[in-house]
Design a protein around this ligand. Structure first.
Ligand SMILES: O=C(CO)COP(=O)(O)O
Length: 140
């Protein structure tokens, strides 16, 4: 599965801790991340992470584009609900695209626990069906 990892600055430690705790599961998947988040995860875990631009410079939109192309299977996006972000429209757009394409999105640690355990249990296998048959756009 293709998994995106994103965290706002105040949540980066939480996401690094989370990925470290579930490193063995994440290691079985292709990981993508916004710039700084990807560096932090790679440094802490040694996992290979394909990095896009930093969020404020367009990284959220790059990941959103992959969602629109049916190339993302799950998103872990630890948002900071207490700090205004200069690129709030991009954040909203990414969350919106997850809803448009029914892509599982965990925006906090509690949901992330469920999503990673569900992934390990095979509960996201339906994504392979969507990728074989095409999504609402016919994208495979
Ligand atoms: O801003 C972000 C998500 O909206 C994250 O970007 P960075 O991983 O580059 O800090």
């Amino acid at each position: 599965m293709n998994i995106a990892l994103i965290a706002h600055d105040q949540k980066k430690n939480d996401l690094v801790q989370f990925v470290t705790a579930y490193k063995d599961i994440f290691a079985k998947h292709a990981l993508f991340a916004t710039g700084t988040t990807g560096s932090r995860i790679n440094e802490a875990t040694g996992l290979d992470v394909t990095r896009f631009k930093s969020g404020p410079l367009g990284g959220d939109q790059e990941i959103g584009a992959l969602i629109a192309k049916n190339q993302m299977d799950a998103i872990f996006f630890f948002r900071d609900p207490l700090t205004a972000q200069p690129h709030e429209p991009d954040v909203t757009a990414l969350v919106r695209l997850c809803d448009v394409y029914s892509i599982p999105l965990a925006t906090n640690m509690g949901t992330a626990e469920l999503l990673i355990r569900g992934l390990e249990m095979g509960l996201l296998e339906w994504r392979n069906v969507v990728k074989e048959n095409g999504d609402v756009n016919g994208e495979k």
